[in-house]
Ligand binder design. Sequence first.
Ligand code: HEC
Length: 246
Amino acid sequence: MNSRKNIFPFLIVCVLGALCYPSCKHEPFSDNMPDPTDTIPGDTTTTIDTPCSPDSVYFQNEILPMLVSNCTESGCHNAIDRQDGIILDSYTNIMATVEDITNLDWNENELMEALLENDVDERMPPLPNEPLTPAQINRIGQWITQGAKNNGCNEQSGSACDTVGLSYTNFVQPLMQAKCQGCHSGANPSGGINLSTYASAKSVAQSGKLVASVTRTSNWMPKNGQKLNQCTVNKIKAWVNAGAPQ
Ligand code: HEC
């Protein structure tokens, strides 16, 4: 409760900002982050060659994309708009701007408190956005419990990039949910692009915009996020070339 009271005006700004998004579309990108499977941003000397362990929650692979997709939309917690002084687009910015981010008491931890808030007018992400699911909030809580580290793992470690047999259900849907839907779903999706159903994702794919958006060298998607790694891009291309199967 405490420090969240005074952010209500910012919520309104945030909602209004989302509604008048075209006025914000010149918003520059925060950082040219390296490929997450190669290095940990802010620690460019560390190569991530660790295979993913099912027991760990990885900031770079899972938590950061979730926060970028759900919290850094126009008018919200990106490096330009920085609502309430909070920036959720990188490890460094999260550590620097979220109060008590390592606190294991969820009533004190500013991030967890905002996500778990029962009052819909104070909860994050604000209306009209959907709240994060209990499973997503739980993963963030686990990441904090495990030390809120800037960790990452190599999802392809030890195996070649497998681009065979990809479908919307087994590949595209989880990817969109993790990295794109926070902005590209709901009544007023960013750029008028909805990526939350098979039909709409397929039509974006077949227009050529999906591949273009994740492969260009500046202003790439996910907006405010790190470029998708080469294997993921190759998989998207393979899925589109196969006719975007469901
Ligand atoms: C933080 C919000 C945000 C996230 C996350 C995001 N987008 Fe976007 N996207 C936008 C906005 C805003 C636009 C409108 C154009 C612009 O401002 O760059 C857009 C436009 C697009 C477009 C259409 C025009 C273009 O730029 O090519 C496509 C396709 C797209 N996004 C795909 C994706 C995909 C795929 C992902 C996930 C990998 C993603 N977006 C993640 C905000 C986001």
